[in-house]
Structure formats: structure tokens, C-alpha cells
Design a protein. Sequence first.
Length: 160
Amino acid sequence: MTLLRESILIASPPSEALSGLERYIEGKQNVLTLTVPLSTLGLPSELGISRNVRVSFASKRQDALAAGRENEGMSLEWEAEDGGVYPTFDGVLILRPHSGETELELHGEYTPPLGGIGAAFDAVAGNKIAQATVRILLENLKISLEEEFATFKETVQETV
């Protein structure tokens, strides 16, 4: 198994970000397109690797009556929608309050397919692709969540 961990700051409070994540995934009917430019591998190319993955998730919300601070988030799994020789991913998205923003951290693990051959590919290029996939996914989530929160703030200010 190969571990992945990446985080990003989002200009949105955690409770709004978690709801936004749920809407984002459900709005795409639980299918996300993950794309990684080949330049990530040091190749001078405008081409990329793209795969649709089917996402299963379960949200974990903070109990308003619980004592202390507990992070919100969601467990998630994904696998290539059309099958094939791609790893499945099992992980957690954690949302932490961070100075008026939200730190969104994705960590989890995947097992390269094809045994020893897959492990060798993972050591040479697969892990770079996986790390880039997670980073790009978090950047896309950041854009979506920040746009949604900005719209929400504008709507609230107009009604006041």
C-alpha cells in the first residue's frame, strides 16, 4: 500500500466547506474526473492522464452538543468508473478550522495493481501521478468551495 497526504487552505468555514463538498460530489453524480498533466512527470507535453472515478463517501459532522473541538470531514473511496488497471483509493477528507479559513486535508492509501510490476511502476511514476492527482483535486475543490462561499456571503449581505 502507498500512503498519500496533501492539504490546502480554503477561504470558507468548515461547516460550509463540508456541505459544499457534499454538494460538489453529489452534483457530479458521485463521478469525478481526475486529470493530471504529463508535465507533472517532467514531460514537456500539454497532454494529460484523465480518468473518471466513482466516489463513495460518508460525512462526519461535529455534534453541536459535544464538548471540545472535533474535526469534520468525510471518508471516501474511489475506483476507476470503467475498471481497468488502476488503483482504488481509500481515504479521509478532514476539515480543520484554521484562522478563519479551513484546512482541507486528504489522506489515504492505494495499492498499485499488477503486483510487482505495478509496484515498480508506482516507484518510478505512479506515485508522482497519484500525488499530483490529489493536489489537483484539492485545488479544484478549493476553487469550487471558495466560489460557493463567496456567493453565499454576497446573498447574505444583499438581504441585510
